[in-house]
Design a protein around this ligand. Structure first.
Ligand SMILES: *Cc1c(COP(=O)(O)O)cnc(C)c1O
Length: 289
């Protein structure tokens, strides 16, 4: 399947307090591709367009619902690249839909303990992996290698110049880092933390940026208890948001993003007349049971 690009930019008019003073747009990266999740597709682009002929294969990491492993597994299958997925936890007895797809696409899945998974960016561990899988490219969790930033930055070429604030979910930080690099001087990008990571997420974003910039901030009030944690208000918000806008969301990333947007508008974070773009990063595959 060919990706749908540029992805649509649509206006929504929710009946939230304060929303009618703003122009609210949604960048529908969830529509880029039916299988590959929006920002994961963007992040993989620089990697995929550079030549893969010399690659013996690819190794990467993720949890049992990982949008990144899912996107990468699909792409590797399409391009006949051997793929090793290192998965946190043991799902052999009850694989998630995401893991079943990976197996169907011919990936070799290695289940590792939490302890081993924690070593995923340690030089020694990476060295062991490259000995075990010679000639393989090792891609970090979330697809957040340095090259990923260019793919994310390319997204902003599809946007009009006249917006003021962009909002994006943050987990491993590459999406926010890439966006911040391409903001104009009058623009800001606000990351909505989807996990408990005050300080930690900021250091991830900073470490990915080739040069520091002040176009980004992260808000930590909307993670609802942590990664993949939900709350009753979040779940009921997701349902009414889908009903009102006909835009599908899931509670791990996009649900928290739009929940935060509504609250921030209510709190008067934005000035009247501003144009806000919320980036729908996709991730709907993770919603499957
Ligand atoms: C991975 C992912 C994110 C987080 O992006 P990072 O670059 O890791 O911060 C956001 N939304 C969706 C749908 C994702 O799959």
């Amino acid at each position: 399947m060919k990706p749908e690009l540029p992805s649509p930019l649509v206006q929504i008019r929710p009946d939230w307090p304060g929303a009618d003073a703003l122009s609210i747009l949604v960048k529908r990266d969830d529509l880029i591709h039916p299988v590959i999740s929006g920002n994961k597709w963007r992040k993989l682009q620089p990697l995929l367009t550079s030549s893969n002929q010399h690659l013996a294969g690819i190794v990467s990491f993720g949890g049992g619902f990982s949008n990144h492993l899912h996107a990468l597994g699909y792409v590797c299958a399409q391009q006949h690249i051997p793929f090793v997925a290192i998965v946190r936890g043991d799902y052999r007895d009850n694989p998630t839909p995401m893991l079943r797809d990976l197996s169907d696409w011919g990936a070799s899945i290695r289940y590792v303990t939490k302890q081993e998974y924690r070593e995923r960016s340690e030089p020694e561990y990476l060295h062991t992996l490259s000995t075990r899988y010679p000639g393989y490219k090792i891609i970090p969790e979330g697809g957040s290698q340095h090259e990923a930033l260019a793919g994310i930055a390319a997204l902003t070429e599809e946007l009009p110049d006249n917006f003021d604030v962009m909002l994006s979910p943050v987990a491993s930080g590459a999406t926010l880092a890439g966006l911040s690099m391409s903001m104009k001087s009058h623009q800001q990008v606000i990351g909505v933390a989807v996990l408990k990571g005050e300080g930690y997420l900021e250091s991830l974003v900073s470490s990915l940026l080739p040069r520091p910039n002040s176009a980004w901030t992260i808000t930590h009030q909307y993670h609802h208890g942590g990664y993949a944690r939900t709350s009753a208000p979040l779940l009921s918000f997701c349902r009414s948001f889908e009903e009102d806008t006909q835009i599908p969301v899931e509670p791990v990333y996009s649900g928290k993003l739009f929940f935060a947007l509504k609250q921030m508008i209510g709190d008067g974070v934005f000035s009247a007349g501003q144009t806000i773009i919320a980036l729908h990063t996709g991730g709907l595959q993770g919603k499957r049971k």
